[in-house]
Design a protein around this ligand. Structure first.
Ligand SMILES: NC(=O)c1ccc[n+]([C@@H]2O[C@H](COP(=O)([O-])OP(=O)(O)OC[C@H]3O[C@@H](n4cnc5c(N)ncnc54)[C@H](OP(=O)(O)O)[C@@H]3O)[C@@H](O)[C@H]2O)c1
Length: 279
């Protein structure tokens, strides 16, 4: 545990609950690696106190904060200004406090793209099929659309997919029941649903029609290798695990708060993954 000076920069992760978050481990690794006079702490804040607490953190001298479930929409509302990534996703996961103003960004989509590239996958290789229409899907779709990628959406609840494209125009919709057939027409398939998480059912998706070279990404990262990724690997497709997205989405926040561009490498991945293995 580092000893802080009175000039230490402080940031953290706001969630409710927040005990499951791996962000303190991620940012703590970078802080230690770079010998930074700073700290990154868990901030359990219930929804009814969110806006007051965020302004309080700013006035207490925090550099900023990450925001996770269930606050990403409320974080959008509390900002004085948001960047294009947050505006398109309609949600904020990274807050920066400067000169008494709160600015918001959504780095999930950026992290998703950086992780794809880290696996040697060009996001622009072809159209993308997104399964799910929640917060994660919005950030990823916004990032893919900004790259000029054609996006197709399949979601269990069709009204939610329809609302999605009203808020974020561009994607076409295929019915959830037709998702298997849609696989053949896409170069990238992404699970953005909560299916495949430990204790949840696996995502049922038939990859037998996938073209050779199709990349199959899962944003679920507990377990590290979901049933979908295992299946993709067994078929010789390109599996892209969700942990990398989590690691990369932290980069812009860390850079903004602590002034150093951190790297995502195998040592970091091993360090964070060690906390995800069954105990
Ligand atoms: N790797 C990362 O950095 C990262 C970042 C963000 C999120 N995540 C992970 O991504 C997952 C989704 O997060 P989120 O914030 O997007 O959640 P969310 O906004 O609550 O959306 C959940 C999505 O999952 C679908 N879903 C849930 N249960 C389902 C079921 N039984 N059958 C079919 N679809 C189902 C929902 O469909 P309906 O609309 O039909 O309910 C919805 O599309 C979580 O596991 C989260 O931990 C990872």
């Amino acid at each position: 545990m580092a000893i802080l000076s009175a000039k230490a920069r402080v940031a953290g992760i706001i969630g409710w609950p927040v005990g499951h978050s791996r962000s303190p481990r991620l940012h703590g690794y970078w802080l230690e690696k770079h010998g930074i006079d700073g700290a990154y702490i868990p901030l359990p804040i219930p929804p009814e106190h969110f806006a007051t607490a965020v302004r309080g953190l700013m006035h207490a001298g925090f550099a900023g904060a990450n925001v996770t479930i269930p606050h990403k929409l409320a974080a959008f509302e509390v900002c004085d200004s948001v960047d294009e990534s947050a505006r398109r996703a309609g949600a904020v996961n990274t807050l920066t406090f400067r000169d008494g103003k709160i600015t918001g960004a959504n780095t999930d989509g950026w992290g998703f793209l950086a992780n794809l590239r880290g696996h040697g996958v060009d996001p622009k290789a072809g159209p993308a099929l997104l399964l799910g229409a929640g917060g994660g899907a919005r950030a990823i779709a916004a990032a893919l659309l900004a790259e000029g990628v054609r996006v197709t959406l399949a979601n269990r609840t069709s009204s939610r997919a329809e609302q999605f494209v009203r808020d974020l125009p561009g994607p076409s919709i295929v019915p959830w029941e037709h998702r298997d057939a849609a696989v053949a027409d896409h170069a990238l398939v992404v699970n953005t649903t909560a299916l495949g998480m430990e204790k949840n059912d696996p995502l049922r998706l038939d990859l037998s029609r996938a073209r050779p070279g199709t990349a199959v990404a899962d944003i679920v990262y507990v377990p590290l290798e979901t049933p979908l990724l295992r299946d993709a690997k067994a078929r010789g497709l390109i599996p892209v695990e969700g942990l990398g997205m989590l690691l990369h989405q932290g980069v812009p926040g860390f850079r903004g708060w602590f002034g150093i561009e951190p790297t995502v490498d195998d040592d970091l991945r091993r360090f964070v993954a060690a906390d995800l293995l069954p105990k």
